[in-house]
Design a protein around this ligand. Sequence first.
Ligand code: NAG
Ligand code: NAG
Ligand code: NAG
Ligand code: NAG
Length: 788
Amino acid sequence: WCDRRTIMHLFLLLILQATAAIGQIDPAHCRYPLGMEDRRIKDDALKASSQWHETTGPQLNREEGDGAWCPAALPSVSQYLEVDLGRLTFLTVIGTQGRYIRNSGNEFAREYRVNYSRDGKLWKSWRNRQGNEIIEGNKDAYTSVIKDLRPPIVTRYVRLLPVTRLSTTVCMRVELYGCSWDDGLISYSAPEGQRMQPPGYPIANLNDSTYDGVHERGKLFGGLGQLTDGVIGQDDFTRTHEYSVWPGYDYLGWKNDSLEYVEMEFVFDRQRNFTSMKVHSNNMFSRDVKIFSSVSCWFKPHFVWEAEPVEFRTVLDDRNPSARYVTVDLNHRTAKSLRCHFYFADVWMMFSEISFQSGNKHAPAAPSASATPDDGKTPILIGCLVTIILLLVIIIFLILWCQYVCKVLEKTLIKQALVFPTACGGGYAEPDITQCTPHQCFHSNAPHYAETDIVRLQGVTGSNMYAVPALTVDSLTRKDISAAEFPRQQLIFREKLGEGQFGEVHLCEAEGLPEFLGEGSPLPDRDGHSVLVAVKQLRADATSQARNDFLKEIKIMSRLNDPNIIRLLCVCVSSDPLCMVTEYMENGDLNMFLSQREIESTLTHANNIPSVRLTILSDLLHMAVQISSGMKYLASLNFVHRDLATRNCLLDRRLTIKIADFGMSRNLYSSDYYRIQGRAVLPIRWMAWESILLGKFTTASDVWAFGVTLWEIFTLCKEQPYSLLSDEQVIENTGEFFRNQGRQIFLYAPPLCPPSLFELMMRCWSRDIPDRPTFEGLYQALKPHVNQ
Ligand SMILES: *[C@@H]1O[C@H](CO)[C@@H](O)[C@H](O)[C@H]1NC(C)=O
Ligand SMILES: *[C@@H]1O[C@H](CO)[C@@H](O)[C@H](O)[C@H]1NC(C)=O
Ligand SMILES: *[C@@H]1O[C@H](CO)[C@@H](O)[C@H](O)[C@H]1NC(C)=O
Ligand SMILES: *[C@@H]1O[C@H](CO)[C@@H](O)[C@H](O)[C@H]1NC(C)=O
C-alpha cells in the first residue's frame, strides 16, 4: 500500500502543504490520486481512439497486460485516451509513465496535450498560463513523471493526447490527481476584464486569461477561468508573484466609468441550496481599488428567475489594504443558476476567486473519495512515512546485495547461454515457435533485446554458432569427436579471415589433405595439390568454458553432412591451440561474388567487368535452391542457423554453394551487425521480429533470414537490406512488423526478381509463424524454376 506512486504522492503532499496562495478549493491540498491505479476508476470509464494491439487497450493500461495504452498511431490523426471521472473534478496533477511490461517496454510519450469536457460533448484544449498546450512527458519508459496543471481544470471527462513526432510508437500509463469539485459551478459569465494604466506604474492587465468559454462583444460566457483556479490574488496586484504572468494577472477587474455595476451569472451542475458565496477581492485603495459596496443576487431554480433578490451590503474598509474574502450570505435559497450585480465602491473592482457553499439536501452528491488533510489521515501519513524510511533502508541493503549476487548470476547465465540458447520463456525444449504467441511470450518473462540474448549469438571465435536443441547437444557431446586429427604443421597460413573474442578464423592451405582423408571424401574442387581450408582456432588464453564450448562445436559440426553445408574436414585437438578445419571455397562468399557482378550490358562488355550472363536468372535461382536445400537439412536436424545471409554462403567455381557461419567474425561485414556496447552483435537486418523483440531463434526465423538472403541475391548484393534505415530505425521497424498494422517497411521487389518469387519472399516475412513457408516448401517451390 505504500507503493512508489503513493510515496511520491505523499512527498508531494508534504512539500506542497507549505505553499501559499490558498483559495477556497486549495490546489495544494487537492492532489489525491483519482483512482486509475487503484481502479476506483472502472474499466468502462476508459476509452481510447485506438490501440495497436488487443493487449494495449486502455483497460489494460494498468500494471498488467502489456502494461500501457498504446495507440495505433497514424501521425495525422490525434489519438487519445479518455477517462470519465464520473463527476466534476478539480484536476490538478497528471502523472505519466511509459510501457511497463516487466521493465522491458520501450515506448513512452515524450509530450502530450490534454483535452477536457465537462459534459462529454464540448471539448476544450488545456493551455498553461503561458498559453502553451504541450506538456512534457516521459524521458524513459519506467520513470513516472508528475506534472502540475497550471491552471488546474474543472472537468468530468479528460483526454490525454500523446504528441507523436516522426513515426515512433508511444505508450502511456496515467494517473490523474485532484479532488471532487463540490462547488458544482460549471460556468460563469462576466464583462471582459480591463486594463489599468496608472501613471508611473506598469500596466495591469485585468483580463481573464485562462477563461475557457467564449469571449464575445466585451463579455465572457460559457466557461470557467481565473475565478475558479484556486489561486487567490496578492494584496499588491501591481507586482507579479509565483503564478502571475503579468501585473494584475490573477485578477479579473473592471472600471466604474463604463459600467454601473458588474453583472455575473453562475450556472451549476444541478439545483443547490446555497448558504453563501465567497468573493475574493482586492482592496488596494491607494490604487483606487476596493471591494464591492453591495451585491444583489437573483435565483433561477428551474426555468424562471425569481423576482426577489438577496441583497447584501459590505462594510467598506479604508485602513487595511489587504485582499480578502467577502462572504455573502445567500439565505438557503435554491437555484440552478444565480445572477449577481456587484456595485462599485471605488473606481476599480477586482476579483480573483469566487466560490459557493451549498447544502447537498436536494440531490446528494456522490460520496467524496478525496480527503482533506485534517480529517483523521494524519496517523496514516505518519505510518506511511515510517514505512518509507524502513523501505529505504531495506532498498539500500537490497542494492548492495544485488550488486554482488546479480553479477555472479549474470556471469553464469551468459555462460549457459553461449551453449544452450533459450527459446521463448526458458529452455530450448520447444523448437516450434508456433506454440508460443507473442502474447504468451510477453507473459513468460521473455526478454526483449537485452544483452544476454545477444551474447548467445556469438560462438567461440566470435562467429555464429548453430543453435542446437539442448537434447541434441547432449546426445552429441556424449560421443567422441568423429573427425580425424590432422598434422598441424601441414596447415600453411594464407590469410586471416576474421576474429572474435576467443579465437580467429584463418584461410590455410592444407598439404596432403586429399590423401589424408582418403578415397571417396568429398573435397572442395581443387586445382593442383593444395587444398584451401578455413581453420577456426581457439586462442591460447581462452577461458576453460570457451574451450569446452569449442569442443562441443566440433562435435556438432562433425555430425553435419550435406552437400550444401560446409563440412568439418579434420581437427587439431591433441595440442593447443585447438583447431577445426572446414571446407573453404575459392570463389569466396556469395556476397562478394555477386556484388562484383553487373547485369550484362554494353557498358560491362566495354569495361571488361565480369557480368552475370543472360542465364542470370537461372543461375541466381540455382543458388537459391541450394541454400534452401542446405537449410532444409539443418531444419530436419532442428538446427537453427541464426545468421543466414549471402556473406555466410561460400561458392566454388561451379557455383556450388555451401552454407557456413564465419560472417560475424569478419571485419568486412561488421556493418551488417548491430553492435551493443562494443561486444554483442546482431544481424538485425536479417532477423525476424521475434528474434529481435523476444530473443527467439527458430527455424521459422531462419526462414525469415532466407527471404532476406533471396532479396540480396536478386539485388546482386548491391545494397544492404533497408539501406536507407539506420540500425535504430530497423529496430523500430521490427516493432511495426510485430504490430502488423500496415506501417512496417518491407524490402522492395528487386527489378530482376520474378513476381512469383517476390511473393515467396513476402511469405517468409509473415508476421505469424504458421504463415511462413518451411524450408522443404521453399525448396519445392524454387526447384521447378531452375529446370525451366
Ligand atoms: C481537442 O480540443 C480541440 C478544441 O480545443 C478540438 O479541436 C480537438 O478536436 C479535440 N481533440 C480531441 C481528440 O478531442
Ligand atoms: C489578456 O491580456 C494579455 C496581456 O495583454 C494578452 O496577452 C492575452 O491575450 C489576453 N487574454 C485574453 C484571453 O484576452
Ligand atoms: C435549504 O437548507 C436549509 C437547511 O440547511 C433548510 O432549512 C431549507 O429549507 C432548505 N431550502 C430549501 C428550499 O429546501
Ligand atoms: C466612479 O469613478 C469616478 C471616477 O472616474 C469617481 O469619481 C466615482 O466616485 C466612482 N464611483 C463610485 C461609485 O465609486
